[in-house]
Design a protein around this ligand. Structure first.
Ligand code: C2E
Ligand code: MG
Ligand code: MG
Ligand code: MG
Length: 280
């Protein structure tokens, strides 16, 4: 029983080796099947420009609905998908879902809404990544500018020049890139100067207590200035309250993502939400 509880615990890396080995095996066996059995689905969370009060983007976030264990967090299963290599076919599936969702948005008149997709390092570094991405977009005649990739700087640790070359290729294609969890990496500034990127996503850990933590407030203020000087967009993630939103507004932040506007939603709730948001 204790071992099964490990699957739903958020801190499973602190478990004993036995628990780890058990979970490892469990994920190995179940992840591949999950893709075959269609147990994954995508949720979407709005990114709102608070000056115009328009939805400018949606972040695609994967969910796994296991038949007996219920919903399992991506924070838990993505690392296993990465070590097993399943992240490559799974990542392609995610990109296809996002592209279909872009078409749904276009058919409903949302022509200026971009979809952001999280890309794992292993997926990004795969030799076929750019070709696959190009094929997925062109098969459905979707403009590359409708897609944004969210990457983290950790992916450059071993393959810096290959990563930079790939980012330039994406830039040429017209696919924009956001640096996710910005501020939590180990050499953010170096990558800001080396990477051709378009957007910084300020990590939730700096945003949470911005109204009471003067250090985090100073950090966020500096990131907004930095982005402004580099002509990058900024998205503040994890905004849960009006107070935090107003504080960010005072600091000049334009784009907000967080529970304050909406939690990530399944596709059947997305269009109704967008419609009622536009009217409010
Ligand atoms: P991330 O890309 O930084 O995604 C943001 C996470 O913050 C999401 O968690 C989202 O639900 C959560 N979040 C958004 N607003 C708020 C808020 O106001 N308060 C709080 N407490 N949380 C908020 P989620 O969906 O559990 O995803 C966790 C991480 O798993 C993601 O972090 C990303 O690293 C990874 N992930 C999720 N979906 C995918 C995917 O399709 N592919 C890959 N490679 N990774 C994914
Ligand atoms: Mg993200
Ligand atoms: Mg993030
Ligand atoms: Mg993250």
């Amino acid at each position: 029983v204790a071992k099964h509880e490990g699957l739903s615990s958020t801190k499973f890396y602190e478990h004993s080796y036995d628990d780890y080995a058990f979970e490892d095996q469990w994920f190995h066996m179940n992840l591949k099947q999950a893709l075959e059995h269609n147990e994954f689905c995508m949720y979407y969370q709005p990114q709102v420009n608070i000056e115009t009060m328009e939805v400018t983007g949606l972040e695609a976030l994967i969910r796994w609905n296991h038949p007996s264990k219920g919903q399992i967090s991506p924070q838990k299963f993505i690392p296993f998908a990465e070590v097993t290599g399943l992240i490559v076919p799974l990542g392609d599936w995610i990109l296809r879902q996002a592209v279909e969702q872009i078409l749904v948005l276009e058919h409903n008149g949302y022509d200026d809404v971009r979809i952001s997709v999280n890309i794992s390092p292993e997926q990004f570094k795969h030799p076929a990544f750019i070709d696959t991405l190009t094929a997925i977009l062109s098969e459905r005649s979707v403009s590359p500018s409708k897609l944004r990739l969210e990457i983290t700087e950790t992916m450059a640790i071993d393959h810096e020049s290959a990563v930079i070359a790939r980012l330039h290729k994406l830039d040429e294609m017209g696919v924009t890139v956001a640096l996710d969890d910005f501020g939590t990496g180990y050499s953010s500034l170096k990558y800001l100067s080396l990477f051709p990127i378009h957007c910084l996503k300020i990590d939730r850990s700096f945003i949470d207590d911005i109204t009471s933590n003067v250090k985090n407030e100073a950090i966020v203020r500096s990131i907004i200035d930095l982005a402004d000087n580099l002509q990058l967009e900024v998205v503040a993630e994890g905004v849960e309250s009006k107070e935090v939103l107003h504080h960010l507004q005072q600091l000049g932040n334009q784009t907000i993502q967080g529970y304050y506007f909406s939690k990530p939603m399944p596709t059947d709730q997305l269009l109704p939400w967008m419609e009622s948001f536009a009217k409010s």
